[in-house]
Design a protein around this ligand. Structure first.
Ligand code: AMP
Ligand code: ZN
Length: 469
């Protein structure tokens, strides 16, 4: 399997540290608001990655955090804690906000057929472990106390910028949003591991520690949760491209300094979903959610299809026109599969099954080429060499990764009574033809046609399609 690795800036063969289990960590949501459909594009890409790994035969252990403390409105340690901001906005407590938006996030995952990672850990549940990591970083001389906070000293590392390949003063982040400079830091890129008095004011959640009562920085939580559950060697770490700096850069710095060796081999990042005004973001106020798409009458799986039609490393522009196009593709796709299922016949054509299955697998193995994987699905649907039984077996197999509800939708929509009626009419028409009563045969076909049921005579017998109205 080949994956693009942000760390080496090339597509590489994927070789896990321990082939008995792939260890995968994916940054989760900050639960101060609904996830927007841009965030969910990243979770869809990660879902495809996990399912592809499983599809090609790797057992996967995947962990995701839920950020319920420590993520400030600027990723570079300034501004208000996003959770506190969310709580104020809704006149609720931080815990109420966290619970509500965590459940909303789980509902989004379900609606989009995204598999929940086995381990989902709230940032607030591992405070002791972050403090232990901070102790080690202090002992090793990588961290220092200043103005009451604990910071990581990036000047102690030669390769702090290895993930981005750019120095902080070359980047917009860190100096964006008119961020005020934190005078407690020794270097501009140093980042907080533990906040105390300098960031207090109305912080609701805080914990006692030998560094003073306070709360953890955002970055340490992902390193802590990952190392706690996945151990010292991580295979894959994912997120959206905005996580590359400073979040993932800081995760690498503190994890490798703590462990004393290199930590994660493959860094995989999904590109952003943009709207006509640029990057979709929550700070812009109004933003699109899955529940909003549902209210407007879209099946959430149409959005999943829309994402899979393009490569995860390419920026994608959202518009309702584009979504409508995906909705029409999805409807046709389901309709064609319904027609196949309404006329199941034949036995599994093993050789052909293998051929199409391995084409599908190898296209996903090329850095998750979902657009080509969809093309192979369409090829299967129209292939004349395949009988309907084999087609359905392949569709079912492909959908273990695509998760577009290809057969589920069909089960809901197939009307058994109608199916029995049509099949009876086909049998009557066949009988009429055998008896050379072509007038009756045509009459039956025309009657069905008026009802939107089109008959097709194939080598395997007569099948029907329901005309799209
Ligand atoms: P957050 O809840 O803000 O921590 O973000 C959750 C995930 O969504 C992170 O992996 C981000 O990198 C990702 N993300 C943020 N904005 C976008 C966007 N416009 N398109 C795709 N992914 C995004
Ligand atoms: Zn993270």
């Amino acid at each position: 399997m080949k994956l693009y690795n942000t760390l080496t800036r090339q597509v590489e063969d994927f070789i896990p540290h321990d082939s008995s289990e792939v260890k995968m960590y994916t940054c989760g949501p900050t639960v101060y608001h609904y996830a927007h459909i841009g965030n969910l594009r990243t979770y869809i890409f990660e879902d495809i990655l996990e399912k592809t790994l499983r599809y090609v035969g790797y057992p996967v252990k995947r962990v995701m955090n839920i950020t319920d403390v420590g993520h400030l409105s600027s990723d570079s340690d300034s501004g208000e804690d996003k959770m506190v901001k969310g709580a104020k906005r809704e006149h609720k407590t931080v815990l109420e906000i966290a619970d509500f938006y965590t459940q909303a996030f789980f509902q989004d995952l379900e609606d989009l057929h995204i598999k929940k990672p086995e381990i989902i850990c709230k940032a607030t549940s591992l405070i002791e472990f972050y403090l232990h990591m901070i102790d080690v970083l202090m002992e090793k001389g990588y961290a220092y106390q200043s103005g009451g906070n604990i910071y990581f000293d990036v000047s102690k590392l030669d390769d702090y910028y290895k993930l981005t390949n750019h120095k902080i003063d070359e980047m917009v982040v860190g100096v964006r949003d008119g961020v005020e400079e934190d005078l407690c830091k020794k270097n501009q890129a140093d980042f907080a591991l533990w906040f105390t008095k300098s960031k207090f004011e109305d912080q609701e959640l805080k914990w006692d520690s030998k560094y003073g009562t306070g709360y953890p920085g955002w970055h340490i939580e992902c390193s802590g949760i990952s190392i706690k559950y996945l151990g010292e060697y991580l295979d894959i770490h994912c997120g959206g491209v905005d996580n590359i700096f400073p979040h993932h850069t800081n995760e690498i710095a503190q994890s490798e300094a703590y462990l004393g060796h290199s930590w994660c081999r493959y860094w995989c990042h999904g590109e952003h979903l943009n709207d006509s005004t640029g990057k979709m973001s929550k700070s812009k106020g109004e933003f699109l959610t899955i529940s909003l798409l549902k209210e407007k009458g879209y099946n959430p799986l149409v959005y999943r299809l829309f994402c899979l039609e393009s490569h995860y490393r390419k920026q994608l522009v959202f518009s309702f026109d584009n979504l409508d196009r995906a909705a029409s593709t999805y409807e046709k796709l389901i309709r064609r599969i319904q027609n196949i299922q309404a006329n199941v016949s034949g036995e599994l054509q093993e050789d052909l099954y293998q051929t199409y299955q391995s084409q599908f697998q190898s296209t996903l193995e090329q850095d998750l080429n979902t657009a080509n994987a969809l093309t192979i699905l369409y090829d299967v649907i129209k292939a004349e060499e395949l009988n309907s039984y084999t087609k359905l077996a392949l569709i079912e197999n492909f959908d273990t990764v695509l998760s577009l509800g290809l057969l589920e939708e069909q089960e809901q929509e197939v009307n058994i009574e109608q199916d029995t009626y049509i099949k009876q009419k086909i049998a009557e028409r066949n009988f009429a033809k055998e008896n050379k009563n072509y007038v009756l045969a045509d009459q039956i076909r025309d009657e069905l046609s008026k009802m939107g049921i089109l008959l097709k005579d194939t080598r395997e017998g007569t099948i029907y399609e329901i005309e799209k109205r």
